[in-house]
Design a protein around this ligand. Structure first.
Ligand SMILES: Cc1cc2nc3c(=O)[nH]c(=O)nc-3n(C[C@H](O)[C@H](O)[C@H](O)COP(=O)(O)O)c2cc1C
Length: 348
């Protein structure tokens, strides 16, 4: 396909106030489809997919999605410019809105291949990766990184604001205009990925300072957001907030997102509306071979904090064992456990 080359710095990236984080084993296409029934405008991300998986794997399975999930960002992980370019070339035809490079994952497997958070030690290399990706696609290329990294094994301590500034400055010179920053460092050994999301303290002030130093960049902050007032406070100093675990633990908080952060004027959805759309979808996907256990995950916490939440969760858990015949009936039976008032209530 012949494409007119537009410099990366001039490609319009998605504008948004809120996004849902890339999360391996969570933000798959079915989770995103269901989240999209709760919020129409929040930017969604895929799980991280490695460039070699895109090149050599089952592309339809790895990259396929439903158009209604858009706006949607594909997150790639890898450290080799040629492979990343090839993955971007393949992905563009699937219709993604943006491609994001993971510079924040600290898992051992990712470290073995020297990508993810390790890339924060190599700003010029990341600039090269971004340029190579941009040369292969007309989509905007963005980066998700930590505020720094520490590695006792290598005696590496890149934890200061100055290093973050240098990293972002160098990658921005390659044309990248949008950064999502998880506001804690990654510790490259001794902590599991899970601990690396909790143990290093949050330093949001570094992200705000970065926005002040690079006002022309779109700076999205991430890490530890749990309430509407925290999100509102962050949006005073950053362009957007990315939510991860909150969307897993209490997805209903997103039912107000469109009205609060995207100037949507139509009413927020009810849980009944979300379920009436999602259940037929889940049944269809189960018939196509999607795992029933995974399909019910996005709905597990739909009633978090509400009366009936326990019974709902129990019913969802029991669905793991329901055969394909029982699945449909059991899903609707679980809905019948809930009060009409709760099912029809709109968030305000
Ligand atoms: C289960 C899980 C999987 C994750 N997978 C990814 C991933 O694929 N790519 C990525 O950049 N970050 C990943 N993360 C990190 C999140 O994107 C986010 O940066 C982190 O959870 C902090 O945000 P939070 O405090 O709002 O959850 C993952 C987090 C979780 C909980």
């Amino acid at each position: 396909m012949n494409r007119t080359y537009i410099p990366l710095s001039q490609r319009p990236h998605t504008l948004h106030r809120l996004s849902l984080a890339p999360m391996v084993d969570k933000s798959d296409r079915d989770w995103r489809w269901i989240m999209r029934r709760i919020t129409r405008h929040t930017l969604l991300y895929t799980e991280m997919i490695t460039a070699p998986a895109v090149i050599r794997g089952d592309r339809k399975k790895l990259l396929g999605f439903d158009d209604s999930e858009k706006p949607l960002v594909l997150q790639l992980g890898w450290d080799e410019p040629g492979d990343l370019a090839e993955a971007c070339r393949i992905a563009e035809d699937f219709g993604y809105d943006e491609i994001n490079l993971n510079c924040g994952c600290p898992s051992d497997k990712v470290q073995q291949h020297d990508f993810g958070a390790c890339l924060m030690a190599r700003p010029s290399h990341v600039a090269e990766l971004v340029e190579s990706m941009a040369s292969a696609t007309s989509l905007p290329i963005t980066v998700k990184n930590r505020i720094g990294i520490r590695s006792r094994k290598n005696g590496l301590s890149l934890e200061t604001y100055e290093h973050l500034h240098q990293f972002v400055g160098t990658v921005a010179e390659a044309g990248c205009r949008k950064f999502t920053i998880h506001a804690r460092i990654a510790i490259l050994e001794g902590l599991s990925p899970r601990e690396n999301r909790d143990v290093p303290p949050l330093r949001p002030e570094d992200v705000y300072r970065l926005k002040a130093d690079f006002p022309e960049l779109f700076i999205e902050i991430n890490g530890g957001y749990r309430t509407r007032s925290d999100i509102d406070a962050a949006l005073v100093q950053a362009d957007a907030v990315m939510l991860g675990r909150l969307a897993l633990d209490d997805p209903w908080i997103l039912s107000l997102a469109d009205r609060l952060w995207f100037a949507e004027t139509s009413p927020a959805p009810t849980r009944r509306e979300v379920l009436e759309a999602s259940i037929p979808y889940m049944i269809r996907r189960a018939e196509q071979g999607a795992s029933r256990g995974l399909l019910i995950q996005p709905l597990m916490n739909l009633f978090a904090g509400q009366k009936g939440a326990k019974a709902w969760k129990r019913a969802m858990t029991e669905l793991h064992g329901a055969g394909s015949e029982g699945f449909t009936g059991a899903l609707w039976a679980a809905v019948d456990l809930l009060d009409d008032e709760l099912l029809d209530r709109r968030s305000e």
